[in-house]
Design a protein around this ligand. Structure first.
Ligand code: SF4
Length: 299
């Protein structure tokens, strides 16, 4: 079967199943092209919860499909490749977080959406890279904040707020590959370019932005050349939607192998066999949703 035959079959089955296909910004180009919605993990889950689709095909990593299941417990959430995990989300477990909470009983827990459902269920509130500062500021009377799992995002937030942060020692293995020397080299090659980076790797940037923020910046700023410090899959969408502008990767090494596991064939098989189901158990779903809803409320 060639790609266009696969695409045709996907469209037919999608209709039969009343399914919606969501693709994260870091997915391969073919997957982005077939998606109904492209975006960041939370934006996609919120969008999916508002559709009348019965089935959500989540092309991303495991915690993202879990977030979709948390927000849409009555929908069927499927991942085309169940092995697509997030090493950063796996750097903290619910048990480890419970122990930390015992050590800091007055602290509130802010967890990045890049966490498992179980960790979200142990958290007071979630945050994304775009609203983390705002979320922490909303906890103004709180003395200590346990921030999990990304130490770089935690550090970024601590520079913008006055809270005492207890950061977890987690990190994104793809974003840490973006080094200051990479940005300096690209700046030398493209001296007129603006530099935008994801807060998971804040380095020598004009702006630290979430992927959603990068998307808006590319559309609205006057910059005609932009050096982009995030996973390289983001460049496909930026280039496609802004053909008059030039985008350069801060580092070609910033690749998330888990984000590249989903393919057109796997999406087709997922729709054919209704696999692989991601369903968050009810007791965890209810507690995790509370933390996600709290964030949505204050955003
Ligand atoms: S890019 Fe980093 S944070 Fe995102 S899924 Fe991959 S490892 Fe996880």
């Amino acid at each position: 079967m060639n790609d266009s035959e696969i695409v045709e079959k996907i469209h037919r089955l999608k209709k039969e199943r009343n399914a919606v296909i969501l693709a994260h910004n870091y997915q391969i180009s073919e997957v982005q092209d077939i998606a109904d919605y492209i975006g960041d993990s939370l934006g996609l889950s919120v969008t999916a919860s508002k559709t009348d689709a019965d089935v959500i095909i989540f092309c991303g990593v495991h915690f993202m499909a879990e977030t979709a299941s948390i927000l849409s417990p009555d929908k069927i959430v499927l991942m085309p490749d169940i092995n697509a995990g997030c090493p950063m989300a796996d750097m903290i477990t619910a048990d480890a977080l419970r122990s930390l909470k015992k050590e800091h009983q007055k602290a509130k827990v802010v967890s990045y959406v890049n966490t498992t459902a179980e960790v979200k269920a142990e958290s007071d509130i979630c945050c994304t890279s775009s609203n983390a500062v705002h979320v922490v500021e909303s906890l103004k009377d709180i003395y200590e904040i346990i921030f999990v799992p990304d130490k770089y995002l935690g550090h970024y937030v601590s520079t913008k707020t006055n809270c005492k942060m207890i950061p977890w020692n987690g990190y994104c293995p793809s974003h840490v590959k973006i080094l200051p020397e990479d940005i300096l080299r690209q700046k030398k090659s493209y001296p007129e370019a603006k530099v935008i980076v994801h807060p998971e790797c804040t380095q020598l940037a004009d702006e630290a932005l979430s992927t959603g923020g990068m998307y808006k910046y590319a559309k609205t700023s006057d910059a005609s050349e932009i050096i982009v410090g995030t996973e390289i899959g983001m460049l496909y969408r930026l280039r496609k939607e802004n053909p008059d502008k030039k985008f350069y990767p801060a580092s070609e090494r910033a690749v998330c192998p888990n984000m590249k596991l989903t393919t057109l064939e796997k999406i087709l098989w997922s729709l054919e066999d209704m696999k692989y189901l991601v369903k968050v158990p009810r007791d965890i779903q209810v507690r995790a949703k509370r933390a996600v809803d709290k964030m949505i409320e204050i955003s």
